[in-house]
Design a protein around this ligand. Structure first.
Ligand code: ADP
Length: 374
């Protein structure tokens, strides 16, 4: 069991550590001023696009990468100078890195034997962990006989068999196909409930982070964008980046200018007749002629086939059986929507839109930050 805290952590890779495919100048920080705190037993998701510093953060916590400055604590013990082996951490990476000549049992036993545990103790630990990840049927097999999903189960089982205080998972599902990903995601979640070990998962997949984590840390370009529960980052995104990254399909972000009319403020859009009423709670923060980015999730716009609002033709319609998606042009931009009640459309159909204004978000187009209403 462990609580984890990072305080003003920076990481800059030196020339000496340069990778073959370095995407940035070495002077750039891979992680910038990162601070966060996570409670014991929590499941934390570090989420962001490729290159945003997720793995660097995980590797610094594991002690595999030196930090440039800042402090890291596990249970109030500063771990800056602790060797990886002294951090009581279990690690499972995207690559399974199992020992090919050894059976699954011996792979699981490997680190325990290195710690000089008795064979009876080792068997007890493996018997406890193997069913949690459904590897109990695989114990006599060699890694070469396992599927990708089975290898990853063994990999994670190997990380938890030593009863770490902190479990670190780096993109454990990214090699797996869709169905297997979903199954193992559910297994990981169940395993976490059983062992209650503080767990950090690094992923670029927002669905993975949303479904697994209690707390999501969203990063971009080495900088923390938002820390919150899945519901918080979905319902109250701190900026345009988070708004566009969380949710599938993602939130629409439309460039808009506020216009004042006799009956209040409206969002207007370049080269479009569409007008959307500005909700009352934004009245005190908008003014006539102000440029804003309007954020609205596809599910928060109701589509009707008749109505009094501006008629708009359907540009693209996709039917996924259980759900339909369509797009309309608002000026130069596409507004993506999801259909309700098994409505079926075709390209060119005329529709009317009703925005659920309580669910609209305003962002400052210069900074991308959320503009708070009343
Ligand atoms: P992510 O896990 O989010 O994809 P990383 O933490 O791997 O991102 O990388 C963050 C940044 O640091 C990237 O720009 C990457 O190119 C750079 N980087 C990662 N590892 C090294 C390294 N060993 N040497 C130099 N730069 C690195």
């Amino acid at each position: 069991m462990a609580q984890i805290r990072l305080k003003n952590v920076f990481k800059r890779y030196d020339d000496g550590e340069k990778k073959l495919f370095v995407k940035k100048h070495v002077n750039d920080f891979a992680v910038k001023n990162l601070s966060f705190e996570c409670k014991d037993k929590s499941f934390i998701g570090i989420l962001g696009p490729s290159g945003c510093g997720k793995s660097t953060t995980l590797r610094m916590i594991a002690g595999l990468e030196k930090i440039t400055s800042g402090e890291m604590f596990i249970d109030d013990v500063c771990i800056n100078n602790l060797l990886p082996k002294d951090r009581n951490i279990g690690l499972a990476f995207e690559d399974y890195a199992l020992y090919p000549p050894l059976s699954v049992y011996d792979n699981l036993a490997f680190n325990l034997r290195a710690k000089k545990l008795s064979e009876a103790q080792i068997k007890k630990s493996i018997d406890k962990v193997a069913p949690l990840l459904k590897v109990d049927e695989l114990l006599t097999m060699k890694p070469s006989a396992l599927s990708g999903g089975q290898k990853q189960r063994v990999n994670i089982a190997r990380a938890i068999v030593r009863e770490p205080g902190l479990l670190l998972l780096d993109e454990p599902l990214s090699h797996l196909d869709g169905k297997m990903r979903q199954t193992l995601r559910q297994e990981i979640k169940r395993m976490h409930h059983e062992i209650e070990c503080t767990t950090i998962i690094v992923t670029h997949d927002q669905i993975e982070a949303m479904s697994l984590a209690d707390v999501i840390i969203i990063m971009k370009d080495g900088v923390l964008q938002q820390l919150g529960t899945p519901l918080e980052v979905y319902d109250q995104p701190a900026n345009e980046f988070v708004a566009g990254f969380i949710g599938e399909p993602p939130m629409n972000l439309l460039k808009s200018v506020i216009v004042k009319t006799q009956d209040g403020f409206y969002f207007s859009f370049k080269d479009s007749d569409l007008r959307v009423k500005v909700p009352d709670f934004y009245r005190s923060v908008v003014k006539d002629g102000m440029s804003v980015t309007l954020g609205v999730r596809p599910v928060d716009v109701i589509i009707t086939k008749t109505g009094t609002s501006t008629p708009i033709p359907v540009a693209v319609y996709e039917n996924f059986g259980d759900e339909g998606r369509l797009s309309v042009r608002v000026g130069g931009e596409l507004l993506n929507l999801t259909t309700q009640d098994n409505m079926v459309f075709k390209r060119g159909d005329i529709i009317h839109l009703e925005f659920n204004s309580a669910k609209t978000h305003l962002f400052d187009p210069e900074t991308g930050n959320k503009i708070q209403g009343e």
